[in-house]
Ligand binder design. Sequence first.
Ligand code: GTP
Length: 316
Amino acid sequence: MNRSFIKYHSPLVIILFFVLTAVISCTFALGELKVSNEIDYFDILGEGGMTIITLVWIGFILMSRPAGKVTNWLFSGLLLMNMSMLLDFMDEFIKYPDNNAWLTTLDSLPAPFGMVIMSIALYQWYQEQMTINAQLRRTERVYRDHTLTDFITGLYSAKYMKQQIKHQLLYSKSSNKPFTLMMIDIRQFDQFNRQHGYQQGDNLLREIGQVITMNIRDKDLACRYASDRFIVLLPDTSNETAETFAWHIENSLANLAFKVGSDLKANYQEITLCSKEYNGTESNYQVLELLNLKMEVTKKQNPYPLGNNSLGKQVA
Ligand SMILES: Nc1nc2c(ncn2[C@@H]2O[C@H](COP(=O)(O)OP(=O)(O)OP(=O)(O)O)[C@@H](O)[C@H]2O)c(=O)[nH]1
């Protein structure tokens, strides 16, 4: 059992100890022990059991809850109920002389107050739980949203892109408007990583992601598809129109003078870019399959380092 709650709730534990000791001492001081034939052992069992159970409830409350207003209310309510039960229990061993007979009626007093306080406390506990639930829901939503974005580039993730392609396919089919997907792959990214380190590789991914975003329209969607691969979804766009965007992106990236740390040397990263038009009759799976295929063909047609669309260069 974790006993750290005793330290954590020490003021309440002291109050509990003090109250129980005071009740037991008072009853002994003001009354006298009954003889054995005056004792009802069934009552002892019932009332003793209830006293112990309310003490256990107090223990659980202190073990499971942080210090604060709601805990104090719960504790106070249970303590008053426990006082009633303890007084009732003590009645079984002790009888009070006539001038202290008021003690026998006192045992029924704390319990109703305790129950009222407990009801208030339980309502506050309910409200507290509602607030916690609302916060959890918000956290969960943030977490879910995060799974739809790429941590490194801040672009949408492949998962989100796949969802959007699904919607786009349906829309294109019903509206008869084509859409185009563009794929951008960084060349020799593995070599870049090995030469400059993964941290710099991440920075390069981020900057390339920003350049891509700057060159697309509001209605377009860019995502980081895989390690060094990006996809742009261009709704209501033919491949011919997409070529203009492709040209803008290629030119911008060709002039992206990436600096590694405080090094003055500018690194110009070469990319492979391809695009493909769809009319909505393709399946979700086919769309990316066809695009990946086109990327492989484009790469083969433009072998590194000096292919037809090789825009990359490295200058000191
Ligand atoms: N910095 C960084 N590197 C990554 C990340 N994810 C994957 N990579 C690396 O990206 C590299 C991809 O290597 P390849 O698939 O061979 O790509 P490439 O070297 O560009 O090869 P080509 O495209 O054929 O020119 C590997 O070194 C991966 O470890 C990432 O999040 N950050």
